[in-house]
Design a protein around this ligand. Sequence first.
Ligand code: PEP
Ligand code: MG
Length: 325
Amino acid sequence: WLGKQKALLDIRTRRPVTRDGIELELFANIELPDDTSDALEYGADGIGLFRSEFLFLREEELPTEDEQFEAYRRVIQAMEGRPVVIRTLDLGKDKIAKWQNQCESANPALGLTGIRLCLAESQIFRTQLRAILRASAYGQVKLLLPMLSQIAEVRATQRHIEEARAQLREENIPFAENIELGGMIEVPAAAIAVAKFLGHLDFISIGTNDLIQYTMAIDRNDDMVSHLHDPLHPAVLQLIGHVIATADRMGKPVAMCGEMAGDPTLSRLLLGLGLRRYSMLPIQLLKVKQQLLTTDLATVRPLVERMLAAEESEQMRDLLLELNR
Ligand code: PEP
Ligand code: MG
């Protein structure tokens, strides 16, 4: 066991490159600023997903603009120039803050969540955007919008960003002018019509936790059905392949930040589907890196083609075993 741990630690500083020279990027998912120490410890190339809602879940009260600014700045400064992707507030379905009115929706997963909630609570959203913009003066920050399902949500956000910028300029508060705007692809509507969304976004990140839940109509937090949540379902793999291929064709960066990206048994499958940017819990980084360092795209690709064509899930499992040998 110790030998295995040491081998993993040895690859901490190695660049993630496949044996046939495909360059990859491995990022960390974090919940709070203190998590950056783990991200750095395990050699992350940056923060691929900062789940900012965790700043909103701790207190009875909403965090102020200054409190948020300090939290974002801490993350950005700790990452020393590496990219930091901050996702705007993603509350509503599985996470409800103490200050929120008790959820009245009969179907919260299909209700006022993610970007919909941000746009409905525009004061909260504007405060967060100002805090993120202010922090952008200290490093490389990108914005990521959760639960996109309509292009109009991107446009409305752009208007909020413009207004926040105008205010900051007027107040002589510095911010980076060129902050990139990205979207989570985690609702099937956004995955299917991804080309349309990419026309308005600088990058995308695939959220497989929700993408699987909504594609298969399975609540990932419902013990009675969560075992049916299947990352290998042909519809899920086809959607992922379609999203990556479309982003590549349009020359826009695509990452994956759902749990699939941090599952070492799926790393090579995702490589074969075209993924080059993985974002995961820091503790998964070295295991995923090891899988990718010890493989090559040329061997992976035909096996993944066969997986996409497979009829039976048993056949899928056998091919996955072969892929991971
Ligand atoms: C996802 O849905 O895959 C995702 C990364 O977002 P979260 O798990 O925070 O909903
Ligand atoms: Mg999600």
